[in-house]
Design a protein around this ligand. Structure first.
Ligand SMILES: [Fe+2]
Ligand SMILES: [Fe+2]
Length: 262
């Protein structure tokens, strides 16, 4: 049976596929960490109150990167270079989604619109991260090697998502509603395409490593295309809605340590 659980189990059981999975994940996480650290440093004077939360957001992503590195190390594996066609964060940036790296590398303070753009980008990508981690948590929360990491990262991604809802709603109340809706929509429509392309690329690599028969690869690709069709025809709307989260101020306070990993 072809299920998310059996697929991930297969990837987990093979050193080569496991290290590709962890390398891709670690690279995306640490890229997110770097971006957030830069955004925190460039927050405009009127939004300084947000800076510690952005810093915390970045620290969490850096921690996730270290956790994926540690999972490889524990198994005696070294990271592998990330194939560019599987680099979700970089591909989103190339499509002009979120804040350009050129801007983040500079020292000009960001504008309020830049901060909103960062939050909208995070609203969409954290939804993806939270959904993926929830799927892993559902099936692997008690797995001896990855269960603890999965639970911790899943908890953090839920917090990140809650934080983006709360902060974006604050900006809606301050009169930025139209800009936020437009930015969220652009971001979601670009994200679902990038996610589809990255999923196809990752599965192609996994198929080669794991020697999948052609029929299995074809079926998987069809599933990814079907998922995209669903998201394109309206599923994307769940990535742009805003609701006050149950847990407020989810990123108020320092990041939780992960001493057993890093
Ligand atoms: Fe993360
Ligand atoms: Fe996150």
């Amino acid at each position: 049976m072809l299920s998310a659980k059996s697929l991930f189990q297969e990837i987990l059981d093979n050193d080569e596929s496991f290290r590709l999975f962890c390398s891709i994940a670690a690279s995306g996480e640490s890229q997110g960490g770097w971006e957030n650290a830069r955004i925190a440093a460039l927050v405009p004077a009127g939004e300084r109150a947000l800076a510690p939360k952005i810093t915390r957001h970045g620290a969490d992503e850096d921690k996730h990167g270290r956790i994926f590195d540690a999972l490889m190390k524990k198994r005696g594996l070294d990271p592998v270079p990330v194939p560019p066609e599987t680099d979700y964060t970089m591909l989103l940036e190339k499509r002009g989604i979120g804040l350009a790296h050129a801007k983040l590398e500079g020292d000009e303070p960001l504008t309020v619109q830049d901060v909103i753009t960062y939050l909208a980008h995070s609203r969409v990508t954290e939804q993806r991260a939270a959904d993926q981690m929830e799927m892993l948590r559902k099936h692997f929360a008690d797995h001896p090697a990855v269960g603890k990491a999965v639970r911790m990262i899943s908890h953090d991604e839920d917090n990140h998502l809650a934080y983006t809802h709360e902060e974006l709603l604050r900006f809606v109340a301050a009169g930025h509603g139209r800009f936020i809706q437009r930015t969220l929509r652009d971001c979601a429509l670009a994200e679902i395409r990038v996610y589809r392309n990255v999923s196809l690329a990752v599965m192609a690599h996994m198929g080669r490593i794991l020697g999948w028969p052609r029929a299995k690869s074809t079926l998987l690709a069809a599933g990814i295309h079907a998922m995209y069709a669903y998201e394109r025809s309206g599923g994307w709307r769940t990535m742009v809605s805003l609701r006050m989260p149950e847990r407020l101020n989810a990123l108020g306070g320092p990041t939780t340590a992960a001493p057993e990993f890093a």
